[in-house]
Design a protein around this ligand. Structure first.
Ligand code: NAD
Ligand code: ZN
Length: 298
């Protein structure tokens, strides 16, 4: 399997047959998911479906898995029709993490995980966003203390949100900030981009959409962009992307309702825009194109 790429449904079925059923693994089997988000999502999916559900424990070894994918029980595999298209909500019995795993993780993957943590801070925790901004170099160097602080803050936010809406009906969708565009970008680039990096570009586009809709002020957008720029995320990259292809890919997003593409919009640093309590909002293709155009002129 290519790093970062999930298994396809037919491969998973074949492996379950060859390695679990053939070897008589019964209902008392327990799965330990030791690895990054790809391993966690796959092992969780196998646990959710094997014998109609067996227990599993998440042992995340990447920064992204520690701050995000190991929490909340979303499990999935990809199909040719898109990412995470078959899956289940199946919470792990426990999540165990050892910070020492991060010592061998590449800078690229530290940055990848940090972006998901920054996303959580943008939607719910301004203080932690500012802390991360001030400690960016130390975090990327792999210093223990700031990494620990970021991981604890992100886990707190994610578990608080998931506990309110485990099945992704409304508030949990706020964790999808940056992901309508981020997932479309991953699809268009055939998953040759890391998930966190795709989400970073998605955050820039979706924050810009929020500015164009007069929900977010331009100054806050600029502050966010300044932080992402320090992580090597610049709008130059988006100039090379065909925004029509991205818009076409957003039509498959899981937040969509009645064929309308819905976005999480940022109100301010640490808070999202809600209308009558609803967190995902329809945005026209025209505005999305305008945001791409505005970003390519920056
Ligand atoms: N279920 C969820 O809620 C959720 C949330 C966010 C992301 N995801 C998914 O998670 C996946 C991305 O996860 P990821 O970023 O962890 O990628 P990954 O699982 O592909 O891991 C990245 C790379 O790091 C290596 N690795 C793992 N631990 C290591 C360590 N301690 N030291 C050195 N190398 C190590 C892996 O072998 C792999 O090559 C995506 O498929 C994404 O869709 C799921
Ligand atoms: Zn994500």
């Amino acid at each position: 399997m290519v790093p970062g790429e999930k298994s396809k449904s037919h491969e998973v079925k074949q492996k379950i047959e060859e390695q679990m059923l053939k070897n008589h693994f019964d209902r008392n089997t327990k799965i330990l998911a030791v690895g990054g988000g790809v391993v966690g999502d796959l092992a969780g999916f196998v646990a959710a479906t094997y014998m109609r559900g067996i227990p599993y424990v998440q042992i995340p070894t990447t920064f992204l898995a520690m701050v995000d994918s190991s929490i909340g029980g979303k499990t999935a595999i990809n199909t040719r029709y898109g990412k995470n298209s078959i899956g289940a909500f199946w919470p792990p019995k426990a999540v165990l993490l050892n910070m020492a795993c991060l010592q061998t993780l590449s800078k690229k993957h530290l940055r990848n995980g940090l972006i998901e943590a920054l996303k959580m801070f943008l939607i719910a925790d301004k203080k932690s966003f500012i802390y991360a901004e001030k400690n960016l170099c130390a975090i990327l160097k792999g210093d223990d203390a700031p990494l620990k602080k970021i991981i604890c803050a992100a886990i707190k936010i994610k578990s608080h949100i998931v506990n309110q809406d485990a099945r992704d009906q409304n508030i949990r969708m706020s964790l999808n900030f940056g992901h309508t565009i981020g997932h479309a970008l991953e699809f268009v680039l055939e998953y040759k981009i890391l998930h966190g990096i795709a989400v970073a570009y998605g955050i820039l586009v979706e924050a810009k959409i929020s500015v164009l809709l007069d929900i977010l002020d331009a100054k806050t957008y600029q502050k966010i962009y300044d932080v992402f720029r320090q992580l090597g995320i610049t709008t130059n990259f988006l100039q090379k992307i065909n925004c029509n292809k991205i818009i076409a890919a957003t039509k498959k997003d899981k937040k969509n309702s009645e064929n309308k593409v819905r976005y999480i919009l940022l109100k301010t640093m640490g808070d999202i825009y809600k209308k009558n309590g609803v967190v995902a909002h329809e945005v026209s293709d025209r505005i999305v194109k305008k945001a791409f155009l505005a970003l390519s002129e920056e």
